[in-house]
Design a protein around this ligand. Structure first.
Ligand code: C5P
Length: 241
């Protein structure tokens, strides 16, 4: 990954121009941030683990008919992907009430959402990712009504596939955040990453936390063990790079 080809540096990933104009190379780093980037640490192996988990989830979604940005995981931490014009919306799907939604609204802690709750936040650090509604997103010019409907439809499809995928390995998919972009033909495609950084995952028996929430709670020494647990349950031997 040649730094001269760097297109964008996020909090945990770097995006480089790929060999062809319609391709990018996404580098998964070990950086971990919380509180709008206020706290930043390096977690050894996180980039490795997350890139492999993300590729596995994207492949499973592709098999289920959901188009993703993934072309291939070239090697751990290095993903070749379709170049997308990213939509600055964080689409959050919640199956269980926890996190920011119970700090903002009087939902009971751990109450199930049925149907799942879809929330959209404006991805903008300066404005601290405020919650959107359709009218605001349209007025900002970041999405059309059709785009927003498509995002909701795709988000529910992703939720359905991932809920089953995790249930099969004894994990409850509590909630997650996904991002989408448009390809050169204007198709909306799932991009960015899905990993324990962007999901809440609870062990189905013990309700132990297996995701970034541990870092948010300051339990830094437990983070990688939890991510490894997800990795080990999700990836069969032949999947391992
Ligand atoms: O903090 P909150 O409850 O809104 O988070 C909902 C879900 O979205 C969690 O799974 C969290 O990991 C994810 N999220 C994220 N990136 C953000 C905000 C939330 O991955 N910027």
């Amino acid at each position: 990954m040649d730094s001269r080809n760097l297109l964008y540096e996020g909090k945990a990933k770097s995006v480089f121009q790929g060999e062809s104009p319609n391709e990018v190379i996404i580098g998964f780093r070990d950086d971990m941030t919380a509180g709008d980037g206020a706290r930043k640490e390096t977690m050894g192996q996180k980039g490795y683990i997350n890139s492999i988990i993300c590729a596995k989830i994207f492949e499973t979604l592709e098999d289920a008919g959901v188009k993703t940005q993934l072309i291939e995981l070239c090697e751990p931490c290095v993903m070749k992907a379709k170049k997308l014009d990213m939509i600055p919306i964080e689409v959050i799907v919640r199956n269980i009430a926890t996190g920011s939604i119970i700090r903002k609204f009087p939902f009971e802690d751990k109450a199930p959402f049925n149907p799942p709750l879809i929330q959209m936040d404006f991805k903008d650090d300066q404005f601290h990712d405020p919650m959107l509604n359709d009218a605001i997103a349209i007025a900002l010019g970041i999405a059309t009504k059709e785009d927003l409907d498509k995002l909701r439809e795709l988000a529910l499809e992703v939720n359905e596939v991932m809920t089953k995928m995790f249930k099969d390995i004894g994990i409850i998919l509590v909630d997650f955040k996904i991002e989408f972009g448009k390809d050169s033909e204007g198709n909306i495609i799932l991009g960015d990453e899905i990993s324990p950084d962007s999901c809440r995952l609870w062990d189905a028996e013990t309700l132990d936390i297996l995701d970034k929430e541990l870092f948010r709670q300051g339990k830094d020494d437990e983070v990688i063990n939890a991510y490894e647990e997800v990795f080990n349950r999700l990836l069969s031997e032949e999947d391992r790079v």
